[in-house]
Design a binder for this molecule. Structure first.
Ligand SMILES: *[C@@H]1O[C@H](CO)[C@@H](O)[C@H](O)[C@H]1NC(C)=O
Ligand SMILES: *[C@@H]1O[C@H](CO)[C@@H](O)[C@H](O)[C@H]1NC(C)=O
Length: 344
């Protein structure tokens, strides 16, 4: 009996890892009653190992913190800030949502799509993107072969089912969804549809985020048009870009293209990431310089911004790569300065 209990204790406490050094912890608890023991240890286990339970602190969305992070660190994306925080808040506060939350992020690279997904993970789970309840799939890495669509689809369904049965508040991020083999996305449909449960598993509290580069050119074209007519960037509203969704601009070839998910309107929010201007590049540069522990002088910020490329040729309004690669540029310029100081 004693041995068996100890084995169970070890199993609970150490999650099947080493049982050697901690035998005394298990031994002191041997006298406790079975049920209390189990509950106690389960609670104890949740203090050390990530748990999904409501009383543990591992899954604890903090929308205030998310708003602060987006406000301070996401530059030039007022629409994203506005929609993402409201959509999440509404879904998280609802104890009985009618379906899983599905957000589709669109726009050029470097606009901050990955960045925002990271912030969401970090402010929902204590372990952030390292949480076992956060699942990131990158099409070109996880689903590279067109010919294997059927296998991928089955695997993905198993994973979603398996993971949501372990934790209802799971977050699934699909990067490069535009590069996902055609037809595969339909495999997700049952999980994001209006079903109360499928074989006893309720998927409605989970969150799905799709990232893709589609829509970038259309968003930019619309932006240029508004810019020419004298409209301020900050005054652009979702309504101004809504027609793009209706035209299907966000659903060019691949991924969501002609998918049942689109046809059944299962995506709750299409969120456009606007192309960034030079002033936003400067803000990203400033953040990065400070993050590296250096003084963000005007001169240095200007140097970083000068290194980036801008389009269209006639007014060089937008950065071609957004804030992507800023980190490398800053790193290079700082190393260069250091070098000059030492050797010139
Ligand atoms: C949420 O985040 C804010 C800002 O970081 C912090 O002040 C607050 O204590 C957090 N709330 C909870 C419940 O952790
Ligand atoms: C959860 O998802 C991951 C992929 O992110 C997969 O490897 C794992 O097997 C899934 N777990 C379950 C229990 O299905």
């Amino acid at each position: 009996m004693k041995l068996r209990c100890m084995a169970i204790c070890c199993l609970l406490i150490l999650n099947l890892s080493r049982c050697d050094g901690s035998v005394s912890v298990g031994a002191t608890a041997v006298g406790l009653a079975g049920a209390a023991l189990y509950a106690g240890f389960d609670k104890l286990r949740c203090t050390f190992y990530e748990c999904c339970s409501n009383n543990a602190n591992w899954v604890k969305p903090n929308m205030t913190a998310l708003n602060i992070a987006l406000e301070a660190q996401l530059h030039g994306q007022h629409l994203v800030r506005h929609v993402v925080s409201r959509a999440l808040k509404a879904h998280l506060q609802n104890d009985n949502p009618s379906k899983a939350l599905v957000m589709s992020f669109h726009g050029w690279t470097g606009g901050g799509k990955n960045y925002v997904s990271k912030f969401i993970a970090e402010n929902m789970y204590k372990l952030g993107t390292k949480s076992q309840y956060v699942h990131v799939f990158v099409s070109t890495v996880d689903f590279p072969h067109e010919g294997k669509v059927d296998i991928y689809k089955l695997n993905l369904q198993d994973w979603i089912r398996g993971n949501v049965s372990r934790c209802e508040r799971s977050l699934f991020i699909f990067d490069e969804i535009d590069k996902m083999p055609l037809g595969m996305i339909n495999g997700i449909k049952p999980f994001i549809d209006y079903h109360e449960s499928i074989n006893g598993v309720d998927f409605r509290k989970s969150i799905f985020i799709f990232l893709s580069n589609t829509g970038g050119p259309d968003i930019t074209r619309a932006m240029l048009k508004m810019w020419r007519s004298g409209k301020n960037r900050e005054d652009i509203s979702m309504v101004d870009l809504e027609h793009l969704t209706q035209l299907g601009a966000f659903n060019e070839e691949g991924g969501l293209h002609k998918s049942e998910i689109i046809q059944h309107s299962l995506v709750d929010h299409y969120i456009p990431f606007l192309p960034l201007e030079r002033r936003h590049i400067e803000l990203c540069a400033r953040d990065e310089i400070i993050r590296r522990g250096h003084k963000a002088t005007k001169d240095l910020i200007k140097k970083v911004a000068d290194e980036m490329m801008y389009f269209p040729p006639e007014n060089k309004l937008f950065s071609t790569t957004g804030c992507k690669r800023i980190s490398q540029k800053v790193g290079f310029l700082l190393a260069d300065e250091e070098y000059n100081r030492l050797f010139d």
